[in-house]
Design a protein around this ligand. Sequence first.
Ligand SMILES: *Cc1c(COP(=O)(O)O)cnc(C)c1O
Length: 348
Amino acid sequence: MQSYIAPLRLRLDGDALVSNWRWLSAMSGGAACGAAIKANGYGLGSVEVMRRLMQAGCRDFFVSNWGEAAAVEPLLEDGVSLSVLHGVRAEDMTQALASRARPVLSTPVQIARWRAAGGGDCDVMVDTGMNRLGLDWRGDVAATVEGLEIVTLMSHLASADEDTPLNATQLERFAALREQMSLRRYSLANSAGICLGSGYHFDLTRPGLALYGGIPSPVAAPHLCAVVQPQVQVLQRRRLLEGDSIGYNATFTAQRDHEVAVLNLGYADGYLRGFSGRGAVIVDGESLPVLGRVSMDLLAVDVSTKPDLAEGDWLDIAYDLGMASAASGLSQYELLTGLGARYDRHWD
Ligand SMILES: *Cc1c(COP(=O)(O)O)cnc(C)c1O
């Protein structure tokens, strides 16, 4: 039973989540379609996301570290796999060896550690040009991974959301590795990579952003549904007189009288200061602008056209990911993963 009702909440659309996964799965053609649920399912809640996608038929999940793995491991069913993208540190070994999740090994040190422990199934990450995680594609990857029980060899695209020659270059390097090694599965594409075409799909795709309604490519825009709607309660209604300023540093000064609602939401909830003077709430289809600076826990909006809005009412934050990203300067990833712990999360 829920005792405390927070003054801010996320309405989460489970059907939209599943519909997005189904579209990505269809786009992945013959490749299996997994799901990146790291960072608490991009802020939505990894347990709830995994439960729904598993029920829809998703069989491959990805988290970043073993703390995230522990949160969802109890849900794992037979035939469902969970990969830990950051591999294994010495500190992770006890948990990793006892876990049904497997590491994605990305350094010779991790490989030596896993091999020495007789760890069993694992994945391996190869770097093909992003220079973030993975074995160097120029090295002798086959020799480095000799004897490991590799389920999936993967690499990650640096710029799949852009039309750049780097995509084809990474594809070529990854395809060459597949020619040299005979492993069970190969995986390259994230959300945007899926939209680059079947050549990028290999055996398994790994979307994250697009599952949650983020638009990774214009190609995907008509097919993806919004999953997240933040809602916030009015804490106080007040009148701003011509010449009054509002908020920290008085960045907005009224040129006329305004009616203002002060809302239970701020930058501590991921509604960062880029929304100051640029964000909005939506009431009956009308967009009501943020006035002045976003505070840590509070925000003011102009409700002059809404005389009936009162203390305790709930408002929708304008959070179309494309538009909110353009308004705030935050990426769609930041808009999702910043959704903090103070929201109640309600799945429809
Ligand atoms: C986060 C991540 C993904 C998912 O990427 P999106 O751009 O969110 O689709 C896939 N693969 C790896 C290795 C990742 O780190």
